[in-house]
Design a protein around this ligand. Structure first.
Ligand code: ADP
Ligand code: 3PG
Ligand code: MG
Length: 369
């Protein structure tokens, strides 16, 4: 595996640190953050960096898809309290992610406080991975840390271009996710099974194909299964599609026969990867298939990895986030990484590590000559 430098090798004393996090979470109707797990993911890294004297930390995130324009509906300001609670540190907010307000915001921080910057996608340079925009983001800072595995599949300025400018490191959670996904993909304990549900066969098919090749069984449910059946996609015998549905017309959930068959397989598995619900779980009784599978997983002693926004919401509701297994913050990023794609955010951190060691060797050599 290519080398990525993590924060454990950095002395942050007196440094200004730009920390890329992913606070792109669902909100409930009252505007409170769901997916608290995603907010909490950077806690360990924030705590570690703040343990250095004189350090100043700013948190940078996107929120939704405001299409490169300032749009208050996508402001991170309402998230300030949720972030402070999730990270356990007092949090100040500034209404921009570049310019003088960031510089003065950093100056205003007292020990132990962090600065939450405004949505980075208010600038079109973010999604176009613009190097000049990345330079504006980097200007007030000494070090960049990426603690957002879940945006590593995006080739965007605050994920990739910025690593050309600042010394760049991986946060602890980002590395943990990469390592866990590598381990479960390359050397799973057998029987190894994947349970794939949710929606959009185009995005999930590469993952089904990958596990069809490497795992012992792939259980496919949800809208993905309906789409695969309707499109006549053919699979090997390792891929199990639903044999019945709760409602044969709309096919909003897998049926009792399929649920029982899937549970039997879950019980025997030693490795389980789960992404996507088995039905339209938001609407009773179409949550039955998903709930039954989740219950079987919660009783299993297999190594379990879960990813995907809706899948995490289901676990969060059942208070099962830490009980079921390893929870990946990335939905899209997990799908792409597990299906063997190179994630631009990880590649950028690898390139930064390489460049740095080349630079170090050159400096060392010039001293000797
Ligand atoms: P995840 O975020 O966990 O990867 P997805 O985003 O792929 O999951 O899909 C979740 C959505 O798919 C849910 O909103 C759910 O209602 C919908 N869904 C799953 N199965 C069905 C189905 N059989 N019929 C209609 N909607 C479904
Ligand atoms: C996610 O929520 O999956 C990530 O934050 C990426 O968001 P995006 O799909 O809008 O790029
Ligand atoms: Mg989703």
């Amino acid at each position: 595996m290519a080398e990525i430098r993590d924060i454990t090798e950095v002395d942050f004393t007196g440094k200004k640190v730009l920390l890329r996090v992913d606070f792109n979470v669902e909100l409930d109707p009252e505007g409170d953050a769901l997916e608290r797990f995603k907010l909490e993911a950077s806690k360990e890294t924030v705590t570690k960096i703040l343990s250095f004297p004189g350090v100043k930390v700013a948190l940078l995130s996107h929120f939704g898809r405001p299409e490169g324009k300032r749009d208050e509906a996508y402001s991170l300001r309402p998230m300030q309290d949720d972030v402070a609670r999730a990270l356990g540190v007092p949090t100040k907010f500034v209404e921009d992610c570049i310019g003088d307000v960031v510089v003065s915001g950093l100056k205003s921080l007292v020990d132990g406080e962090v600065l939450l910057l405004e949505n980075v996608r208010f600038y079109s340079g973010e999604e176009s991975n613009d190097q000049t925009f990345a330079a504006s983001l980097a200007a007030p800072f000494d070090i960049f840390v990426n603690e957002a595995f879940s945006v590593c599949h995006r080739n965007q300025a605050s994920v990739t271009a910025i690593t050309n400018i600042l010394p760049s490191y991986a946060g602890m959670r980002l590395l943990e996710e990469r390592d866990k996904l590598d381990e479960i993909r390359r050397s799973p304990m057998h029987p190894a099974i994947a349970i794939i549900g949710g929606a959009k066969i185009e995005t999930k098919l590469p993952l089904i194909r990958e596990f069809e090749r490497t795992y012992d069984a792939v259980l496919v449910g949800g809208m993905v299964a309906n789409e695969a059946i309707d499109q006549g996609i053919s699979f090997s015998e390792k891929v199990l599609l639903p044999a019945d549905f709760q409602d044969e017309d709309a096919r909003l959930d897998i049926g009792p026969k399929t649920t029982a068959m899937f549970i039997e397989i879950v019980k025997r598995a030693r490795t389980i990867v789960w992404n996507g619900p088995m039905g339209k779980f938001e609407e009773k009784p179409y949550d039955a298939g998903t709930n039954a599978i989740v219950h079987a997983m919660s009783e299993s002693s297999a190594e379990i990895v879960v990813g995907g926004g809706e899948s995490l919401t289901i676990l969060e509701r059942g208070n099962l986030i830490r009980k079921v297994g390893f929870v990946c913050t990335g939905g899209g990023a997990m799908l792409e990484y597990m299906s063997g794609k190179v994630l631009p955010g990880l590649a950028a951190l690898e390139a930064a590590a390489k460049q740095r060691s080349v630079g170090f060797a050159a400096r060392h050599l010039s001293k000797l000559l």
